[in-house]
Design a protein around this ligand. Structure first.
Ligand code: M1P
Length: 242
């Protein structure tokens, strides 16, 4: 579809930016976003895999935007068609360390399954397990903010595995990719498709250590770009409607 605005390319993170963390996009937000995506070139980039992204976005939005970068940009979809995928075989020593973190965690709450999730081109690790109910995720987040379990694991893992990029995922996990296979890879891919347009990236974790940081940094270095940090979807709408 021809877009009215050809000078700008908009890239959005999903969790905490277009949707509340791990929850579907709200109806109010979807109504506004549909109109925005009809007039502008829009791409979405997420650490989540395609199945999770589909469960959070209305189908017409998943299929209607210009492209979806899933699993940190290691898979790319256009109109529901997979255009490419990149794979990653994690070092067995990394998996052993993650198992140890799970066993030795001091988190006083409950633990759930799916704590090492292997996705296309990456691993997502969550001490409490990705199959936790929403209220348990909130409890862990609150505890982790206070005791810094994820930051400590991140610091230690970076020392052992300098060829890996380890970022705080959303609220309960770490995203682990080989260096260069994080969200930053999206910058080059977009630039080859849109040589002259200004790339505007909006995310909630653009600060150092957050999982939008490497893309924000790469775009800044590349130039002809702008980074917008938001607190949540409501804040995003406020900033875009200004
Ligand atoms: O999209 C942000 C993050 O969302 C989830 O994070 P968490 O479960 O920690 O809130 C994960 O899918 C993560 O990979 C992703 O980066």
């Amino acid at each position: 579809m021809k877009k009215i605005n050809k000078k700008h390319i908009y890239v959005f993170d999903m969790d905490g930016t277009l949707t509340p963390a791990r929850l579907p996009m709200t109806q109010e937000f979807a109504e506004w976003f549909r109109v925005f995506a009809a007039e502008n070139s829009v791409y979405i980039v997420s650490g989540s895999d395609a199945a999770k992204i589909k469960s959070q976005l209305p189908e017409d939005i998943f299929n209607g935007v210009d492209g979806i970068y899933a699993s940190m940009g290691n898979e790319f979809y256009k109109q529901n068609e997979k255009i490419y995928r990149k794979d990653f075989e994690p070092d067995p020593r990394l998996l052993v360390m993650l198992e140890e973190y799970r066993k030795n965690s001091r988190y006083p709450g409950r633990f759930f399954s799916n704590y090492i999730e292997r996705r296309c081109g990456m691993v997502n690790f969550s001490v409490i397990g990705r199959d936790c109910p929403y209220e348990e995720r909130e409890k862990y987040k609150f505890w982790d903010d206070k005791y810094g379990e994820r930051i400590n694991m991140q610091k230690e893992l970076i020392k052992y595995f300098p060829d890996l990029d380890i970022s705080l995922g959303g609220n309960i996990s770490l995203d682990i990719v080989p260096v260069g296979y994080g969200k930053e890879q999206v910058a080059e891919h977009l630039r080859t498709m849109h040589r002259r347009a200004k790339i505007i990236f909006t995310g909630d974790r653009t600060e150092k250590g957050g999982n939008d940081y490497t893309l924000a940094r790469r775009l800044r270095r590349m130039g002809n770009s702008k980074i917008i940090k938001v607190l949540d979807p409501r804040d995003l709408m406020k900033k875009f409607l200004k």
